[in-house]
Structure formats: C-alpha cells, structure tokens
Ligand binder design. Structure first.
Ligand code: PLP
Length: 455
C-alpha cells in the first residue's frame, strides 16, 4: 500500500511538471496534480493506482464501446505489429487491413457511402470532410460554394477546421481567429415537451432557411451535424428536424455531412445515429467507437456520387493525407472491434439497455424534484438539474450543482460527465455497450444517491 502511494506521489509530481493535459484547467492541474491515475480496466470498470474501482459511465470519452481489457484486440494489434506495424497508404501503396476495413465500412454504412478516407481521429476526419467537400465543389466549377454551415452548440473537434465548425463559444475563445467561411445555424434545444419541441423545431428550421437565404445558398458547400449533439448538451433533435434539414440541403444543393463520431457503431441502439431518422447523408465522419479506443483511428465515409465526381476530374489529385491515414495496426484493431460488436450483438444490447435507461431516468425524475428532461437513445443519455424544473429555471452557476453531483458519483465509484455551457447543469451518461441490466441498476442507484445528497 505504501509503495503504491509513493508511486502515485512520484507520478503525480512528474505529471504536474511535464504533462499538459488535453481539455483541462492548467491551473488546477498545477495545483493538485492528477486526481486519478488509471492502471487497468475490465468490462465497464476502470481501476485506479490506489486500488479504487470505478464504473466508466462515459465509456471514457464516449468511445470504449466494447468495454475495457479485451485481450482479443491486444492479440490482433500484437500480430499486426509483428508482421506489418506500418507502411504508407499514400498514392499507389496499400495493405490488407485498410482495404478490408474500407470494404467493411461500406457494408455497414447506409446508402451509397462506399468509400473511406482514413484519419487518426475525429477532428482530422471532420477537417478532411470539410476539405473534400470544398475540393468537390471546385472540381464542379463552383468554387464559390465553400461555406460550411454547422450549428450552435455543435462539437466537431479541435483542429482548425473542426474548431471553426464547433459552435461552442468557449472553444472559439481559445484562439485569436477561426478559419473563414463557417456559419452557424440554430440548434434544437433539449428539454422541451413534445408540443414545445414542435415549436422549437419550426423556429429552428425557419431560422436556418433565413440564414441560408441571407448567406446565399450558392455559397454553402455543406451542412455538418451530429445526429445527437453530444458535448454541447446531449441534444436529441425533435421529431422531423433532421429529415427537414435533409430536404433543405437537397433543395439548395448543399451536401449533408453526418458527424457520427459519438453516435456511430451502436451507441444509440442503431448502427449509426442517423438511422434513427432514416436519413442517408452525403458523407459521414466516424472515429471513437470504430476501434473502441484501442487504437486512434477515424474515417470520412464518402458517397459513390461524390467519389465518382472526384474520379472523373483530371484535377482530382488529393493533396491531402496524413502519415497515419489507414494505419495498418489501427485498421486491424478496428476490424476486430467491429467483429466483436456484431458477434456479441452490442447494437441490440444498446437498444435493450436503452429501454432500461429510459425507465431509470423516469424513476430518477419521480424521486428527485431537481431532475427533469431525462432523455436517451440507446446508451446515450442525459438529464438536467433545475432549481425550478416546472419553469426550467436553472440553478445559479456559482452553486456548481452538476459538478457536485459528479463529485458524489465519483465518491461512490461512478465516472460521469457534466455539461455546463450556457448555464446548463446537464449530466451525461454513456456506458460501454456491453453493460448488463444489473449494472445499469447499480449506476442509477449511485446517481440517485448523489442527486439526493446535493439537492
Ligand atoms: N465530433 C464529435 C461529435 C465528437 O464528440 C468529437 C470528440 O469528442 C470529435 C468530433 C473530435 O474527435 P477527436 O477528439 O477524436 O478528434
């Protein structure tokens, strides 16, 4: 025990001195060092160096879909590394893992999304999609179609293009300037009643049309949207909204990019989130669940129609590619991960456990006067904390209510995430897709106690 503590102290000091953490408060890190140093994981659990065990209620960063500690993936990575750890996929070079993975994705994806461009993660995938649509319009002699329309509270990543497409002001404020030619449509809001949702829906669509008309439809290259807005507040769009957006895009000739980086590979109880609304996008970006986090990988899935235009043009050379586009080991791991998702019926499990989630969320609302707007699709869920739920009045932000609920959950061995943009107190929940009914019950009993301790 003493040995573990001194190792933790040593690592914490090194961490403070040398490791700048992604998306974190640098001051807090300097003051306290890392609170958790994880050593291993198994199933839905993560173990910390001091011996504490936690339910990973967020699948880490909404990505560890098949759960922790899967030896099969370790074996596949080891085999691939021992034969061909890496070789280039630029130009005419290729290798079997990337070829097989691109075929697999074409089999899985809706519609004619049959061609993949690989990246190392989600931000790169979105930046690549943005560049590919602009390239496409240039090839069609419409270079003026270059604006990217995303939405307020969207999160698309942190590279320059994806940050510019992100609609959360905190991410914009970090940099002195964004990339040009990005515009932001209104987003539906969470937590409205069905009839309220319809109103929001109509307003949203109306304002989006006005934005397109104001900007000039012939200047807009693509609309990019997460089927469910994740980091911006776990916003499940109201009925009809996404279908209407697809129609608007068709009407104005705007390409539709679905950012499936969180919602892909079973998270919402369907293989891809967009399938909940029966829409086929022109491009789709994926990452996270494609490898369940066992290797960094992302992809842009491109329709045959767009790919066809790229092939036709003599100016079609793609001056765009990352060293690790189609990394053989990452692709081999992805193939095994997708096989596990299929063989273990994890998309179905996400749907079934999603029904348990819906029941638990309802009960949570009944048990706690502060809780409202519980919502989920499959294993992507959230609820809101309010001072006056009837009137959707928020707590004063200085009370940090959602952070305190989070802290209580941690004390009882559950990791969740709070979202506080624009004064909200949202608690997000997204456990690995292998979760059982009993484990769902365990999670919600911790959540209920945590809310009870704070309200
Ligand atoms: N798009 C969405 C919807 C995301 O949630 C994320 C990450 O959370 C990204 C893009 C960026 O992906 P990455 O962090 O792999 O660059």
């Amino acid at each position: 025990m003493e040995e573990t503590l001194s190792l933790k102290t040593e690592l914490a000091e090194l961490d403070k001195r040398h490791f700048m953490h992604p998306t974190s408060s640098i001051q807090m890190q300097q003051k306290n060092g890392p609170e958790f140093i994880f050593t291993n994981g198994e199933g839905i659990y993560l173990n910390e160096i001091s011996g504490r065990k936690f339910i990973d209620g967020m699948s880490s960063l909404w990505n560890v879909n098949i759960g922790h500690g899967r030896q099969e993936l370790g074996r596949v990575a080891s085999e691939q590394m021992s034969t061909l750890a890496f070789s280039s996929a630029f130009s005419t070079y290729s290798h079997e893992p990337a070829i097989r993975l691109s075929k697999k994705l074409s089999d899985m994806a809706p519609g004619d999304l049959n061609v993949s461009f690989f990246t190392s993660g989600g931000s790169e995938a979105n930046d690549s999609a943005i560049k590919i649509v602009r390239h496409y319009w240039k090839l069609l002699n419409k270079p003026e179609r270059k604006k990217i329309m995303s939405r307020k509270l969207a999160y698309h990543g942190v590279s320059m293009g994806s940050t510019s497409a992100t609609g959360i002001k905190e991410f914009h404020e970090m940099t002195t300037s964004l990339a040009p030619d990005f515009i932001y449509a209104p987003a539906p809001k969470p937590g409205m009643s069905e009839s309220g949702n319809e109103t929001v829906n109509l307003i949203c669509i109306k304002e989006t049309r006005e934005l397109i008309e104001r900007e000039g439809p012939e200047t807009i290259a693509a609309f990019i949207a997460e089927p469910i807005q994740g980091a911006g507040g776990m916003i499940i769009p109201p009925k009809g909204y996404l279908q209407e957006m697809r129609k608007i895009c068709d009407e104005y000739g705007i390409l539709f990019i679905a950012d499936e980086i969180i919602t892909g590979f079973g998270r919402t109880g369907k293989l891809f989130g967009i399938e909940n609304w029966d829409i086929v996008p022109d491009m789709m970006t994926v990452a996270k669940g494609i490898t369940s986090g066992y290797m960094p990988l992302g992809a842009v899935l491109i329709s045959d129609r767009i790919h066809g235009e790229l092939i036709k043009s003599s100016k079609g050379t793609l001056f765009h590619g990352f060293t690790y586009s189609g990394h053989p080991t990452a692709c081999a791991v992805a193939l095994k991960n997708l096989e596990i998702i299929e063989e273990e019926g994890l998309v179905e499990n996400s749907k079934i456990m999603g029904k348990e989630f819906a029941k638990e969320l309802k009960q949570l609302e009944e048990e706690h006067w502060t809780v409202a707007d519980g919502r989920n699709l499959g294993l992507l869920a959230a609820f809101e904390l309010y001072e006056d739920p009837q009137n959707r009045k928020r707590f004063d932000s200085s009370l940090a209510v959602s952070k305190r609920v989070l802290q209580k959950c941690l004390e009882h061995g559950l990791i969740l995430r709070s979202i506080t943009y624009e004064g909200s107190d949202t608690i997000a929940i997204a456990p690995p897709l292998i979760i059982t009914k009993e484990e769902v019950g365990k999670m919600f009993s911790i959540i209920s106690n945590a809310v009870g301790a704070v309200e």
